[in-house]
Unconditional design. Structure first.
Length: 84
């Protein structure tokens, strides 16, 4: 299931992004400062290039590129974030 990032508290979103960018295997030798990596992820969320995926079974969140999630999930997300 996709979680609209706008519905998360700023602290929760910041923690999720920081966890993602500091996770083992995410730097691949990249020495970009942490703050820049965080800003890149936030920008991708703002531009709707990335989404937050919540796995009910494992109770864990993951950040994914929009192109990597099923279209029906994106349709559901659009309905959740649509303004009447």
């Amino acid at each position: 299931m996709l979680i609209p990032f706008e519905q998360l508290s700023p602290d929760t979103l910041a923690g999720l992004i920081e966890d993602f960018v500091t996770r083992d295997g995410t730097d691949n030798g990249d020495e970009t400062p942490l703050q820049i990596r965080i800003e890149r992820v936030q920008h991708a969320l703002d531009k709707k290039q990335a989404v937050i995926v919540f796995d009910v079974e494992s109770q864990q969140c993951q950040l994914c590129l929009r192109r990597d999630v099923p279209k029906e999930w994106l349709d559901d997300l659009e309905q959740l974030t649509a303004t009447p």
